[in-house]
Design a protein around this ligand. Structure first.
Ligand SMILES: [Fe+2]
Length: 210
């Protein structure tokens, strides 16, 4: 499996291309701002785009979905149902991302981890040892919980869930804040929020995010 990270747009968003090297089946995660570099990479690597996966519905993560659904009207777009109402210009092929289930993008399989907090329908996607954390977990930081639909309590439970992931798993966040990538092992040690969640210190976590 291969992962390519694209830093795009005025808010240092990350879009990702992930693919199976044997079959060249590919998925795009959070296409936003400038779809052209993603499209160029799909072409250069001769990839077959099988699905679009959204970590949540905020516009800075989804505003280039239409570019890909216009190229393929059957292209499935996955988003947790709790965020569907927030998605503008909903594609006809909008599908849920269900906690614990594996989304099959051809031979490529990505597991859904529902991690509400930043938004009610925020999810992380795991493919092998790569975890795409959207605006839930950043390098050394956590997602904002002062937005409509946000919940600090829900984010704590989500961080408890993330703290159980293997140390070797890679963190691929939704923005380039403090860094571009890391491992869960490093983040469990240096990310205050993940550290507090791992230690079960809910009150301290809620204080830290407020
Ligand atoms: Fe967001």
């Amino acid at each position: 499996m291969k992962v390519r990270q694209f830093k795009l747009g005025p808010m240092d968003n990350f879009s990702y291309l992930v693919w199976d090297e044997d079959t060249l089946d590919a998925a795009v995660i959070d296409p936003a701002w400038q779809p052209e570099p993603l499209a160029q990479a799909l072409k250069a690597e001769k990839l077959k785009l099988r699905a679009v996966l959204l970590t949540h519905a905020h516009p800075d993560h989804v505003n280039a979905v239409g570019f890909f659904t216009a190229l393929d009207k059957d292209l499935p777009v996955h988003l947790h149902e709790a965020d569907h109402h927030m998605l503008e210009n909903q594609p006809k092929t909008l599908k849920p991302a269900v906690d614990g289930e594996k989304i099959e993008a051809g031979a490529l399989k990505l597991q859904v981890l529902h991690t509400p907090g930043h938004t009610p329908g925020s999810v992380c996607y795991r493919a092998g040892q790569a975890v795409f954390t959207g605006d839930t977990l950043f390098i050394g930081e956590c997602g904002r919980v002062d937005l409509p639909g946000s919940s600090a309590e829900a984010l704590y439970d989500s961080f408890v869930k993330l703290a159980a992931l293997p140390d070797a798993a890679a963190v691929y966040p939704g923005h380039s804040y403090n860094g571009d990538t890391s491992t869960f092992g490093v983040q469990k040690e240096y990310n205050l929020y993940l550290k507090l969640a791992k230690q079960g210190r809910k009150a301290d976590f809620l204080k830290a995010v407020s």
